[in-house]
Design a binder for this molecule. Structure first.
Ligand SMILES: Cc1cc2nc3c(=O)[nH]c(=O)nc-3n(C[C@H](O)[C@H](O)[C@H](O)COP(=O)(O)OP(=O)(O)OC[C@H]3O[C@@H](n4cnc5c(N)ncnc54)[C@H](O)[C@@H]3O)c2cc1C
Length: 434
């Protein structure tokens, strides 16, 4: 009997999980593995660690939930800390692994790391199976022929909708033939990882907890409450518990698949009717796909100051102005409220992300990459393609046909926070630890 190492990355679920699809005749032992990469905790060139406390807390919750799900199916999850380039070959040797399964990643650094690992394991005679990136649509046409991918979203969406191809869900495994007697490894708490101790913030509208079950509960709430029915009109609100799906943290960690959400939309439409709101949730999931495939195509350009555009004058970096933006002490209360919310919860509405990004780039005239790195550290839904895709878009160096996407702060405040309720929610210091 051979042992197959199943390497989990940003896909922390068992439902709709191609990596766990084994033939019922297979007698292979399964060794599920997750590696907490030590590079996530080292400061980058922008002076912040990629993994902040909220992000890590959500990840650790998701790992705990995955471990429980896998245990119930018969396959203990092994968790290790270190460099995947070292940990994976070590585990392969320790458990006499014959084959590795993993999902392809779109991040440039992740891809480089995976290439090195795969090469080393092939040389050791280990069989490698890679699975497609986790999009809603079957993205093969674009990933195998990147020239087919337009620079902008609208033509992409038109091509996709003309011949919509969304694969069915992968059946849930009934039982897994897990390798027994393994050293499972502890899932460190944020404090054990040197991150600050976090408490739920009483001001938050939603307390996001990692894990597959929590994701499905959130999806069900969004559907059963009927919030999806009015999503088109509410999606630009700044706060509230049901104005948008808030599924992004679970999507980013792969606790739920976009296809599961799509199936729920379709089920809802069949029972209660389709409208532009139900369509719009699908539409937003296509944005997610678009940025993933686009990052795969354009690679490291997304991380350069000029992005996908021909060279422009580089933006400046003023450390004091940036610090005021980060800490929520700018001259704009609207911006400050959102930056406090980000640090307190790891979440921010889409509209406020656009507003604070525009403020940093246009009003303060700063290099957008510092803002993207700050978001990367704090967002519980951090996703490399959505983050860098949206930041380059906002900074006028990405997939936007326009190069001046300016959000007038006063106008935004009048339009979306006329009663000051969002600013009051985050700027009144009534924080309680619960
Ligand atoms: C500067 C900036 C940075 C961002 N960084 C991230 C990020 O790191 N991770 C992330 O998931 N989203 C990011 N977004 C996109 C968007 O703000 C969030 O996906 C959205 O706010 C999440 O809330 P929701 O789940 O309620 O979204 P909903 O409105 O309910 O949308 C449903 C899903 O569609 C996808 N989606 C919606 N809008 C976008 C978009 N503009 N781009 C890509 N996918 C989208 C998300 O997966 C989202 O969960 C960023 C946007 C901006 C302007």
């Amino acid at each position: 009997m051979a042992t197959v190492l199943v390497w989990f990355q940003n896909n922390l679920r068992v439902a709709d999980q191609p990596l766990l699809s084994f033939s019922k005749f297979s007698s292979d032992h399964i060794l599920p593995v997750f590696i907490i990469d030590e590079r996530w905790f080292k400061p980058n060139q922008f002076g912040v660690t990629p993994m902040g406390p909220h992000r890590y807390r959500f990840l650790a919750d998701s790992l705990g939930a995955l471990r429980r799900r896998l245990n119930a199916l018969g396959a203990p999850l092994v968790v290790r800390y270190g460099h995947p380039e070292q940990v994976l070959p070590d585990l392969c040797a320790q458990y006499k692994v014959a084959a590795l399964r993993y999902e392809n990643e779109v991040g440039t650094y992740e891809q480089q790391s995976i290439r090195r690992i795969v090469q080393a394991l092939i040389e050791k005679g280990i069989l490698i199976s890679d699975y497609p990136i986790s999009t809603l649509i079957d993205a093969t046409t674009f990933t195998t022929n990147p020239d087919c991918l337009p620079l902008q979203f609208t033509p992409f969406r038109q091509i996709v909708e003309k011949a919509l191809n969304i694969p069915p869900l992968v059946p849930l495994p009934v039982r897994l033939n897990g390798l027994q007697g393994v050293q499972e490894g502890h899932i460190p708490s944020p404090v054990e990882m040197g991150l600050s101790q976090l408490f739920a913030d009483a001001r938050a509208d939603v307390h996001h907890r990692g894990g597959e079950e929590q994701a499905l509960n959130r999806l069900q709430l969004f559907m059963d409450s009927g919030a999806i029915d009015t999503y088109y009109d509410t999606r630009n609100q700044l706060h509230g518990s049901l104005f948008s799906s808030q599924l992004s943290p679970w999507l980013a960690n792969g606790c739920i698949s976009a296809r599961t959400i799509y199936n729920a939309i379709k089920a809802y439409e069949q029972q209660r009717g389709a409208n532009r709101s139900t369509y719009w949730l699908f539409f937003e999931l296509l944005w997610r796909d678009f940025f993933k495939i686009s990052l795969l195509k354009h690679g490291k350009k997304y991380f350069l100051v000029n992005g996908l555009k021909p060279a422009k004058t580089p933006k400046r970096h003023d450390a004091a102005a940036f610090e005021r933006w980060c800490s929520g002490s700018t001259s704009s209360e609207l911006v400050n409220a959102a930056m406090v919310q980000l640090r307190s919860t790891g979440y921010m509405s889409n509209r406020m992300r656009q507003v604070v990004a525009s403020y940093l780039v246009n009003d303060l005239g700063q290099d957008w990459r510092w803002g993207a790195a700050w978001f990367e550290h704090w967002l519980i839904d951090y996703d490399v393609s959505s983050n860098y895709g949206n930041w380059t878009y906002l900074a006028g160096v990405g997939n936007d046909p326009r190069s001046d996407r300016y959000f007038d702060i006063e106008k935004q405040a009048r339009q979306f926070d006329q009663d000051f309720s969002f600013r009051k929610q985050w700027l009144v210091s009534d924080k309680q630890n619960t």
